[in-house]
Design a protein around this ligand. Structure first.
Ligand SMILES: Nc1ncnc2c1ncn2[C@@H]1O[C@H](COP(=O)(O)OP(=O)(O)O)[C@@H](O)[C@H]1O
Ligand SMILES: [Mg+2]
Length: 154
């Protein structure tokens, strides 16, 4: 029932808290964790704007922009690596995925591609607005996911 689990993380406190729940699913038959971070389109657009501005000064727009995107990806890889180590130590097989675009769309895409049986995610993320009962990503994932969703509250 919980063989392959998708764990999307934005490195927020609530997503971190979900890790403890995730580990407990070993006892429910979980074998493999797909660890996912989505580099938000907004972040990529910001790179675009910043480096377009720089382009007018030294015409190095393309190399600089690509390098910045590569560094961003490396940074996410470095953040995911210790989480993968922790999950492997808990006895799971781990697959890391870094996607670019809109979190909900990418989470649902990976859900299909990896044929996951369940998704574990936080009720809130990095915004963590006090007044929000639930974050926008988690709300949409719950509505649109095909598989079972375990929503860990903040
Ligand atoms: N960029 C992302 N990549 C991977 N997972 C994400 C991303 N953004 C949000 N999530 C997942 O969705 C959960 C809820 O986040 P979200 O709905 O964005 O709340 P908030 O509005 O507080 O930021 C997070 O705890 C995390 O599990
Ligand atoms: Mg968010």
């Amino acid at each position: 029932m919980f063989k392959i689990i998708l764990y999307p993380t934005d490195f927020s406190d609530t997503a971190g808290k979900s890790l403890d729940y995730l580990k407990q699913l070993k006892n429910a038959g979980a074998e493999k964790i797909v660890l996912l971070n989505v580099i938000h389109q907004r972040v990529l657009d910001t790179l675009e704007t910043v480096h377009k501005a720089a382009y007018f000064q030294d015409a190095r727009y393309h190399e600089d922009r690509d390098e910045a995107e590569l560094n961003l990806t490396k940074d996410r890889q470095n953040k995911l690596a210790p989480i993968a180590v922790e999950l492997e130590a808990a006895g799971f097989e781990v697959k890391i995925r870094i996607e670019k675009g809109y979190p909900v769309k990418e989470i649902l895409k990976v859900e299909k591609e990896e044929a996951v049986s369940a998704i574990v995610l936080g009720s809130h993320g990095r915004n963590n607005f006090r007044s929000a009962r639930i974050g926008s990503v988690s709300e949409k994932v719950i509505r649109r996911a095909v598989s079972t969703v375990l929503l860990v509250k903040r």
